[in-house]
Structure formats: structure tokens, C-alpha cells
Design a protein around this ligand. Sequence first.
Ligand code: MRU
Length: 363
Amino acid sequence: MKVDGIDYRSIWRHEDGQSVEIIDQTRLPYEFKVLRLTTVEHAAHAIRAMQVRGAPLIGATASCGVALAMQRDPSDANLVAAVEMLGATRPTAVNLRWALSGMRGLLEPLPADARGQAAWAHARGICDEDVDINKKIGQHGVALIHEIADRKPGRRVNVLTHCNAGWLATVDWGTATAPIYMAHAEGVDIHVWVDETRPRNQGALTAWELSQQGISHRYIADNAGGHLMQHGEVDIVITGTDRVTADGDVANKIGTYLKALAAHDNGIPFYVALPSPTIDWTVKDGLAEIPIEERDAAEVETVTGRTGNGGVATVTVTPSGSHAVNPAFDVTPARLVTGFITDHGIASATRGGLRALFPDKGG
Ligand code: MRU
């Protein structure tokens, strides 16, 4: 996607061939800063500190981290250490495990001197595949937006989204945003309600993306969605996800469940956009089995923003003596989901819906 008219992906190999560049998402939307990762430790830090974030981008960055490790030391011991280090960064997005087990499965049988090049090629493949997958999600999802537009000629289509499932969360296009970008390009009058998404305010990343692409949007407090739904201001909710079970339970950014409840109560379609590597076919019960990341309470106790003089400052919002808890994700049960927008097409969220789209997984 374009930033100030220049095409970017969210991660790319540096022209030296030995390092990777990312956009430091902890600085957005205040500053556009590119960071260079030269070691697996850098890659692990970038994921843990959320300089990169979003399930598909976490997986892509981890694959590059393994390539960085293999170019320095392609031994068996270093392969295991790199996969373990990267695997311990964030627990919820299954794309991390998917990317790492793919890298390990490919590299382990190879002689050490072939691993560096093979690792870079596979990491490149994961990044390119993510772009293709998200384009397909966009192509399938845009049909839903056209259907709504056709039902209300002359009036805008209102989408509500939570967190950032945009191109910054993937390698390009985004998942939830891909249908939005395509609808906009195809001339649909589209408007996006962007949930702020406390405590990390990923909504500010979504708002920044939409501004860059010239898409009409408003940034709303997390508590505003239900009210907008009750007043007919939301036609469809589209979110991303960090892990979906075979039966359709959805782990996504904290607060997604509340949006799904409100959408259900108001008869508003609630869709989840996901690349196929985000489906965890091994988990039966999303609520019981998906690990939910618990992040530092300081993220809730503070707010970061731009000051009047253009600097960036963090201030504390809680009284001294009050402490926060900070679960970073929640699980929305399949019964509250209307459907899934995947790279294989649209699936209903009823039992067997996803399996029917992926027959090789037991459908
Ligand atoms: O904690 P984050 O910012 O990594 O969480 C991101 C999300 O929850 C996204 O909605 C999800 O990863 C889907 S990204 C296409």
C-alpha cells in the first residue's frame, strides 16, 4: 500500500541481502520510521515489543528471523534455539507457530551449508504468499460490500472494524481492510468506523492507513460501536483474527467479543476475515484452549499521544494504588459470527462451514 504516494510492504529484505526492514509500528501514527533487523534477537524483540504486530506479520517476521539466524550459524542447535526464541515471543497468533514449524520442517533435513539460502527463499515465499492470500480475501469480501451497496443506492456503506487488521498487520493489503480497499477502488461509497482499541490503540494505525488511502472514516471510542449499531449506522462489522478454530471460534483483539454481541443483538452481519494459516485445526474449544496473551498492566494504566508541541508523551491515567489487568485478546464464540472471509471463499460460521472450504482438512 502507498505511504505518501510510495509503495510499501510492512516487511522487506534489505538490498544488502543480509537484513530485513520493517516499519516501526510503535512510532505510528506519529512518525514513519523504518527499522533494520540484522539478527534473530532483533526479530524476536520486534515481535515482542510490537514494532511489528498482527498475526500474519508476526508469522512473516518470525520466518525472516529464522533466516537471519541461519545465515549467522546454520547448525542444528542454532535452528532449534532460533525457533524457540521466536516461538516464545507472543502466544495467541497461531501464524507464529505455523511459520516456525514450516521453517523448521524445511530446514532440518538440509545440510547446514544449504540452510541460509533455503531459509531466505522460504521466508520470501511466506511473505509473497501472504500478499496473494490477502488479495484473494479482498476479492471474496468485496462482494459482501457490493451486496450492501446495491441494497441502499445513493447511501454510503458503513463498516465497523476493531483493532488493526490492515496492511500493517499483514505483509500487504490487510485482511479486514482488503475488501474495503477494493470496494473503494471500485467506486463504492464506503465509510469506516474505526474502534480506538485501547489499550494499544491499534485503531490509530487503521485510521492512519485509511487516511493514506483516502478512505472516509471516523475514529470512535471503543464503547461507541453498540450505540452506532442501534441507530442504523453500521451495515457490517469486519474484523481480523489471530486464531480461528475449525468450528469457528475466533480469538482476536480484546473487545471483539463485545462488538460481536452488539452486532448479534442488532441483527448486523459480523464477518471475520482470515488467511488460511490463521485456522488452528488442532483446537476444539476456542475458549478453553486458545492461550490469551496477558500484557503489561502499564499499557492500561497509561495513555500515549502527541503533545501540543509535536512531541510524543506517555501519561498515567489511573490513581496511584489502582492496578490494571491487561488481557490482550478474547474469544468470540462461533454462534456470534455470521461468516468467514477467507482466501478460499466465504464460509458460514456454522459447524463444518470452514471444513467445507478446506476439504483436505477433513471436510
Ligand atoms: O496485538 P496485535 O496488535 O498483534 O493484535 C492484532 C489483532 O488482533 C488483529 O486483529 C489480528 O492479528 C488480525 S491481523 C490481520
